[in-house]
Design a protein around this ligand. Sequence first.
Ligand SMILES: C[S@@+](CC[C@H](N)C(=O)[O-])C[C@H]1O[C@@H](n2cnc3c(N)ncnc32)[C@H](O)[C@@H]1O
Length: 230
Amino acid sequence: MTDGAVTRRIPMKTVLGRSLLFLAVSCSCVAPVAVAAETPDATAALDAKVRSFLDAHGGRWHEMNVSAADGKLLHDLVLKNGYKSALEIGTSTGHSAIWIAWALSKTGGKLVTIEIDESRHREALRNFAEAGLSDYIDARLGDAHELVPKLPGPFDFVFSDADKDWYKNYFVAISPRLEVGGCFAAHNAAMRDRGIREFLEYVQGRGNYTTTIDKSSRAGVSISRKKAAD
Ligand SMILES: C[S@@+](CC[C@H](N)C(=O)[O-])C[C@H]1O[C@@H](n2cnc3c(N)ncnc32)[C@H](O)[C@@H]1O
């Protein structure tokens, strides 16, 4: 024994226990992040699963869901811009969420989607699982009026498709947490609805956004790109 130091043998069981505890604490501090399907095989398998789900459900979207054309528009928007942090307001049974999450599975992103109606939310969860996309979607049941202002963000893609008379409020709440280069898309932009008009007038008057309206479908999708910080 030197310098009064005490050499104490630590039993192997304790060492193992401490290592496991360290591992558990370390892992629990890392936020779960969705990653892009990692190998070409995994990507191809997921693509095939989503496509076959969409083909099988093609005629079965009856809960105010977007058309396949609008779903593809959202998918392409996310993929082309490499968006990774998406928010959808108004899940319904999950058609648009599936198109968005499919693109996110390629960019390495994740979607938060909010629905107030419990039975639609539950059906959406079943659809996400069947399409193989659950890992890319955080589906929340609740009132978006309350949940949206509390979301920390930041987001780079938002799709608004719930109550039209609240579109402007959703935009005002989320804009400070929308990244420059990101976009706020809104469904039914071609509708003659007072809430939609009010939202479009507001967003078109914002100097740091450029808004275009895609009218390739009857509903129309407005796409407001953020050019500079608020
Ligand atoms: C047009 S549907 C959404 C369709 C969906 N994006 C799709 O394409 O599959 C609108 C949905 O928004 C939901 N909704 C309406 N007001 C809401 C609110 N305040 N909070 C959350 N969801 C709401 C409705 O229950 C409805 O299911």
